[in-house]
Design a protein around this ligand. Structure first.
Ligand code: 3HC
Ligand code: NAI
Length: 713
């Protein structure tokens, strides 16, 4: 083997080596071999070198580390493009006169797959994950992917890949014709060795270069047209408000009607349009924010404790959901309930979840039984003596919870992490009530706990750093998205929710109907409006909270009675057949209710309010301004570490549309001076509610934005 040489720069991310007549090009740009400018330059000159060197007969492209290539360098988007463009690089690879083979292991995603598709041959290790996930970033494959993929695997499969962004396993990629061969192994070394072997075999049989641009995947015109029409119909329904899915379909259509070069030119045009769109900015913010939230101060300076045995106290809605989440992660759970009857109910809730999966054919009966064998039930706290982490999910009552924690204090082993799933209660007060406050933390799951991704990790005053680190580790095991929150009424999410729900109630009393408000909120991109959510969750829950808080409410604050009036009539929402909506034919049949509108009119009259009309934009501006202002307060008071923690909370726990990046990112995009001006204008009617957050005021005065605080940690 000849001495490795380098292709670019001082710390070259592309290495070259010779194995006989094969030039081995290895991309080495940790952590994921993203195709930043230095990699593109290195690859370009590697291909040039291979082409020019008479001693080189073929070129192998591989990745060092755990992946082939994770895609274009996402951090470069939004900055001025630097040459060579990825699409130019791919064209150069494909044009090479000597056979180029890509050996794939780990991620071959986005631009990474496009590089592989530009190569003439492809082999994949069993652990390879192939995909075109650009749609998840508001983009489309912009380096020939929209043109080469359908030519290789047909329009339908190509559209499925690009519109879902899903990762294909190596076997599926092989069966679709995206790769030529599956090879043994799972490491970069294996990929290199297999690539060399296959390329040598190709050379031995004088295999010609074979270009994806000449692929015959679009030969069946009728099937191609049907696939495009079907994708268009589907995108019209599913991709509400999203831009790039439509552009993906247009680009694939171009592949079917235009010569390759013209299709590529159109792809580039569409790619630039997507790159320019605020949706791209929002989605890429979401991508980095959801990785950034994993990094709390405690995850840097402390080691997690052992997590092998989990206890859950309470087998109600949340306790059972948490138990399922833990079982799904492969861990054993001991569930504690008050008595045998409640325990049987709790176990029943868990079993129901798995039975439903069996019924849908997603799980075999044996697999179900194996999972449930890891669930142990008990009415004796002593059975938690071996637990490493105990999560309490009993009634939302401080006395009840403190009594449970006294039991945990008595029976749990030293060092056990004692967590509460409380939604609102003071976790400092729970911690202070036992002898080991440093072990107490909040783990606020969202309902349904086995489905919802968000986990607020609520950090009380006295907690030990390694307990916080353990909570983050547990989140990782449960595949949750953790957000670090401070103790306050409602933590990050529910505290902000309470405020924008109030803004919605004010809008309703001032003249907008709940149906107009829900429609405006949906139009913004939420799947549901606030009153649909109330009806889904049950109006009685909020009613109970309002009654509990009545004594501590600021007497100067405006209070809207409409929701209480509904609850007084027993109109709790879907479960009682009517709430803000009527449900004549079950949960999905929500229809506006004239009696609710009449009741709202009565309340307006009682409050002396002459209703006025609000446009969709008026509604959205107030709703969002309330959310942003309280988000700023939450950051200002260090309840959230950074604005991006608020964003992730809302993306994963409250249905905020991902393409808008989260409320704080959205505020930056609208412009903080505009948001503040709105709040000041609304304050003319209600200065108490619309008090601008000091942080918002400060940022506007400094000419700064929320993003500037995201680096702070
Ligand atoms: N560009 C820049 N940074 C990237 C990146 C990329 N494409 N992909 C990952 N990273 C960074 C992450 O931000 C993270 O940084 P941090 O350590 O500072 O937080 C680090 O790499 C590790 O990422 P993960 O924690 O996600 O690592 P995993 O091992 O869990 O996953 C992965 C690896 C599957 C490659 C995953 O990172 C991933 O899905 N990346 C994005 C893939 C993607 O969307 N590619 C398409 C890009 S767009 C494109 O290619 C356009 C083209 O068509 C022109
Ligand atoms: P739930 O009423 O469905 O379940 C509570 C369960 O706790 C019941 O099964 C009850 O028998 C059991 N229990 C009560 N006292 C107990 C004790 N001393 N020992 C053992 N078990 C006991 O209530 P839900 O909705 O599951 O809520 C539980 C907690 O989770 C509350 O703190 C709530 O605020 C919080 N939460 C609820 C969410 C929701 O959407 N329901 C979302 C996030 C948090």
């Amino acid at each position: 083997m000849s001495k490795p040489s380098t292709a670019a720069g001082e710390t070259p991310p592309v290495h070259l080596a010779r194995e006989g007549a094969i030039l081995v090009v290895t991309i080495d740009n940790p952590p994921v071999n993203a195709l930043g400018v230095a990699v593109r330059r290195g690859l370009m000159s590697a291909i040039e070198e291979g082409e020019a060197d008479a001693g080189v007969a073929a070129i192998l492209v591989t990745g060092a580390g755990r992946n082939f290539i994770g895609g274009a360098d996402i951090r470069e988007f939004g900055k001025p493009p630097q040459s060579p463009l990825l699409t130019e690089l791919c064209n150069r690879i494909e044009a090479c006169s000597k056979p180029v083979l890509a050996a794939l292991h780990g991620a071959a995603l986005g631009g990474g797959l496009e590089v592989a598709l530009a190569a003439h041959y492809r082999v994949a290790l069993g652990n390879a994950r192939l995909g075109l996930p650009e749609v998840q970033l508001g983009l489309l494959p912009g380096a020939g992917g929209t043109q080469r993929t359908p030519r290789l695997i047909g329009a339908q499969a190509a559209l499925d890949m690009m519109l879902t962004g899903r990762h294909l396993g190596a076997k599926e990629a092989l069966s679709l014709g995206l790769v030529d061969q599956l090879v043994e192994g799972d490491s970069a070394d294996h990929a290199r060795a297999a690539g060399l072997r296959e390329l040598q075999a190709l050379l031995d049989k004088h295999a010609p270069v074979r270009r994806s641009r000449d692929g015959k995947g679009l030969a069946d015109t009728a099937a191609t047209q049907a696939a495009i029409a079907a994708a268009r119909a589907e995108a019209g329904k599913k991709s509400r408000g999203l831009f790039s899915p439509h552009k993906i379909i247009d680009a694939v259509e171009a592949a079917t009607t235009l010569p390759f070069e013209e299709g590529l030119a159109l792809e580039r045009q569409f790619f630039l349009q997507c790159l320019d769109s605020p949706q791209r900015a929002g989605l890429i913010h979401a991508f980095f924010a959801e990785r950034e939230v994993q990094k709390a101060p405690e995850t840097r300076n402390a080691q997690p404790r052992r997590i092998e045995q989990i206890g859950v106290v309470g087998g109600g809605t949340m306790g059972a959901g948490i138990a399922v989440a833990v079982l799904d992660a492969g861990l054993p759970v001991t569930m504690i309930e008050r008595d045998d009857e409640a325990l049987a109910r709790g176990r029943g809730h868990v079993e129901k979840t798995y039975d439903a999966q069996v019924a849908k054919g997603r799980l075999t009966q044996e697999a179900r039984d194996a999972v449930l064998a890891r669930l142990h039930g008990s009415t004796r706290y002593e059975d938690l003596s071996a637990a490493d982490v105990v999560i309490e999910a009993v009634f939302e009552d401080l006395n009840v919870k403190q009594a449970v924690f006294a039991e945990l204090d008595r029976v749990c082993k030293p060092g056990a992490v004692l967590a509460t799933n409380t939604s609102y209660l003071d976790i400092d007060a729970i911690a202070a009530s036992i002898s080991r406050p440093a072990d107490v933390i909040g783990l606020h799951f969202f309902s349904p706990a086995n489905v919802m991704k968000l986990l607020e990790i609520v950090v009380p005053r006295q907690v030990a750093s390694e307990v916080v680190a353990t909570a983050f580790e547990l989140a990782k095991r449960l595949r949750k998205v953790p957000v670090r929150a401070g103790v306050c009424d409602g933590f990050i999410g529910n505290r902000i929710l309470a405020v924008y729900r109030q803004a919605a109630d004010y809008l309703m009393e001032d003249g907008a109907s709940p149906y107009e408000i829900d429609a405006a909120v949906r139009d913004f991109g939420f799947a549901m409006g606030p009153y649909q959510v109330v009806d889904l969750a049950g109006g009685d829950i909020g009613w109970a909270t309002r009654k509990r808080r009545a004594a501590t409410r600021d007497p100067r604050a405006r209070y809207v009675h409409i929701a209480d009036r509904l609850c007084e009539r027993g109109w709790f929402g879907q479960k009682s057949g009517r709430g803000f909506y009527r449900y004549p034919d079950g949960p999905r049949s929500g229809a506006p209710d004239p009696e609710v509108l009449a009741l709202i009119d009565e309340e307006r009259a009682r409050a002396g309010i002459t209703p006025r009309s609000f446009s969709k934009e008026d509604i959205q501006r107030r709703y969002l301004a309330a959310m942003i202002n309280e988000g700023a307060n939450v950051v200002h008071q260090r309840i959230a570490l950074r604005p991006l923690d608020v964003d992730v909370t809302f993306l994963y726990g409250y249905g905020f549309p991902r393409h808008r990046g989260g409320p704080m990112k959205y505020a930056d995009m609208v412009g903080l001076p505009n948001v503040l001006a709105d709040i000041r204008a609304f304050a003319a009617e209600d200065p108490l509610f619309w008090t601008p957050s000091p942080l918002l005021v400060e940022l506007v005065e400094r000419g700064a934005n929320f993003e500037s605080l995201n680096q702070a940690g």
